[in-house]
Design a protein around this ligand. Structure first.
Ligand code: F6R
Length: 240
C-alpha cells in the first residue's frame, strides 16, 4: 500500500490525475468512479486536461435509492455536473435509483462490472470506514446490493441536502468483493474527520467492522490524503 501525503485536496487531485493519466497511457479502459467531496479536485483536473475519455467506460460505485437522475442530490446529477458534461465517456454506468425491480437492477449491475473489469477504481472513505456505501459489518464477499445507510453516513451526507430528513435512507451500491477486483485502487481522503478511519484502514486489523481495512489485502492500492487526514497514521507507513 502506498500512502501519498499532500498539502491539500488540490495537490491530492493532481496526484490522482497523474495516476489516471499514466494508467490510460498504459491501456486502462475502465474507470471506477466515486462521488462525494473527495474526488472533486480530481474531476476538475480531468475536465481541465486535454485527455479524451470518449473511448473509456466508467462505472460508478453507488446511487441513492428512490431519487431520480434529475434530482440535484442524485449521484447521476453529481457526475454530470463534475465530469461527464465536460468529458463524456463512451459509456457511463451508475445504478438506477428508481429501478422498480431492485433484484434485477442489482443483477444487471453485477453483470456490467463483470463485463467491464475495472482498471482504476477511485474511492473515498466514510468517517466510519465505509467504502462506497458498504457500511461497517458488510460482508467482505458482497457484490452489488441494496443498502440501508448508517446513521453516521446520513448525518455526514446531510450537508448536501436542506436537512437530515431529506437524505435517502437507502442506496444501491457496488459490493466490497467487486471493489477489490479493481486492478488498481486510489483512495482519496481529506480533512480531520477522516483521521480515525484512515488510521484504522492502514494500521488496524482487517475486519468487517472497518470495511476499508480489506484494502490491506489488495496488491495495488494508493492512498492520497492531506496532512490533516494523515495525522494519526504512523509516518513509517508514508511513501511520500
Ligand atoms: C461516494 C461514496 C462514499 C464516499 C464517502 C466519502 O460514491 O461511495 O463512500 O466516498 O462517503 O465522502 P466524502 O468524499 O464526501 O467525504
Amino acid at each position: 500500500m502506498k500512502i501519498i501525503v499532500t498539502k491539500d485536496n488540490i495537490e491530492g487531485g493532481t496526484k490522482a490525475f497523474e495516476i489516471i493519466k499514466n494508467g490510460m497511457s498504459n491501456g486502462a479502459k475502465v474507470l471506477g468512479l466515486a462521488t462525494g467531496s473527495s474526488p472533486i479536485s480530481l474531476y476538475s483536473d480531468m475536465c481541465n486536461s486535454d485527455l479524451d475519455f470518449s473511448e473509456m467506460t466508467s462505472i460508478n460505485l453507488d446511487e441513492y435509492y428512490g431519487i431520480s437522475p434529475e434530482n440535484p442530490q442524485s449521484y447521476h446529477y453529481f457526475m454530470q455536473k463534475h465530469l461527464f458534461d465536460q468529458k463524456p465517456f463512451k459509456k457511463s454506468y451508475i445504478p438506477n435509483g428508481l429501478a422498480k425491480n431492485i433484484d434485477e437492477e442489482v443483477e444487471n449491475y453485477n453483470q456490467i462490472i463483470q463485463e467491464n473489469p475495472i482498471d482504476i477504481q477511485i474511492l473515498g472513505i466514510g468517517h466510519n470506514g465505509h467504502i462506497a456505501f458498504n457500511e461497517p459489518g458488510t460482508p467482505f464477499g458482497s457484490l452489488t446490493h441494496k443498502v440501508t445507510l448508517a446513521e453516521s453516513t446520513i448525518k455526514a451526507n446531510s450537508r448536501f441536502f436542506n436537512n437530515e430528513k431529506e437524505v435517502p435512507r437507502q442506496a444501491i451500491c457496488m459490493g466490497i468483493r467487486s471493489i477489490m477486483q479493481g486492478k488498481k485502487i486510489v483512495l482519496l481522503a481529506y480533512g480531520a474527520s477522516k483521521q480515525d478511519a484512515l488510521k484504522a484502514l492502514v494500521e488496524g486489523p482487517v475486519i468487517e467492522k472497518v470495511p476499508a481495512s480489506i484494502l490491506q489485502d489488495h496488491p495495488d492500492v494508493t492512498i492520497i490524503c492531506d496532512q490533516i487526514a494523515a495525522k494519526k497514521i504512523n509516518p513509517k507507513y508514508f511513501t511520500i
